[in-house]
Design a protein around this ligand. Structure first.
Ligand SMILES: Cc1cc2nc3c(=O)[nH]c(=O)nc-3n(C[C@H](O)[C@H](O)[C@H](O)COP(=O)(O)OP(=O)(O)OC[C@H]3O[C@@H](n4cnc5c(N)ncnc54)[C@H](O)[C@@H]3O)c2cc1C
Length: 221
């Protein structure tokens, strides 16, 4: 799994100024010294961001754009692509590429949870070496079969049907602060799958570096 920040537009001050346009006003950074990066919001502007987040005045946050390159297995990708409103996705197409995918085979296997809605518990299943070998063998067999089908002339869009679900795919994901705050709040929930939570955590880390005040306010409310 990998989450790479590709590009972004905006900062905490851009959020403040999108809100302050209502009164035809603009704010600016409070410089702490001459270094350009050593500046922070004035207290009144930080408070404004808190107010906006608390009262769901979401539009000032939506004038931002953050672009990630994400690599995840097929099921985790599918879960994350359920977040549709305000997000844009473009993904590698296995109709057009036919290289062998990287497999992200679990190194730890979690036990089922007693509550079916939860998916898994934190306890691990003790896997003996025979079972681990069997998993690896099945995965290798799937990749070998994929290669054989392609060699026989089968098109990639059908040959991919034999690929294991732990195959990784790569996609570009763009959205605003509003979009990624919704994604992270939903996927931080304890009922979300751990691997999906891990992606949300990486996204959240980037967001709190890029938009420290806005991100903290959005995640709090
Ligand atoms: C822990 C967990 C378990 C899940 N389990 C399943 C599952 O078993 N099966 C499954 O299919 N999905 C499942 N999902 C996905 C879930 O149902 C949502 O599709 C997903 O979380 C995206 O939500 P979103 O609010 O970001 O949706 P988006 O589609 O991005 O919508 C954003 C917001 O816009 C509004 N909105 C969107 N469409 C409408 C509409 N038609 N009418 C009115 N308002 C609208 C809603 O307020 C919505 O929150 C699960 C999600 C989580 C977090």
């Amino acid at each position: 799994m990998k989450v790479e920040l590709l590009d972004y537009m905006g900062d905490d001050l851009a959020v403040v100024n999108a809100a302050r346009v209502s009164f035809d006003k603009q704010s600016h950074w409070q410089w702490l010294n001459d270094l350009e990066h050593d500046a922070e919001l004035y207290e009144k502007d930080a408070k404004l961001i808190g107010y906006l987040a608390k009262h769901n005045h979401w539009t000032p946050f939506a004038h931002t754009a953050i672009k990630f390159r994400v690599t995840t297995t097929f099921p985790i990708t599918k879960q994350l692509h359920k977040h549709t409103v305000g997000g844009v996705v473009n993904e590698v197409s296995r109709r057009y590429v036919s290289y062998l995918p990287t497999l992200d085979i679990p190194t730890e296997w979690r036990k089922s949870a007693e509550n079916a809605k939860q998916g898994s518990s934190d306890d691990l299943v003790l896997m003996d070496s025979a079972m681990r070998e069997q998993v690896d063998k099945v995965m290798e067999a799937c990749l070998a079969l994929y290669d054989d089908l392609l060699l026989k002339g089968v098109c990639p869009e059908q040959a991919r049907m034999v690929l294991p679900l732990c195959s990784e795919t790569t996609w570009i994901w763009t959205g605003s602060l509003v979009f990624f705050a919704r994604v992270c709040k939903l996927r931080f929930h304890s009922a979300a799958q751990k691997e999906t939570r891990d992606v949300a955590e990486q996204i959240s880390k980037h967001m709190s570096e890029l938009f420290p005040v806005s991100w903290a306010a959005l995640m709090e409310n």
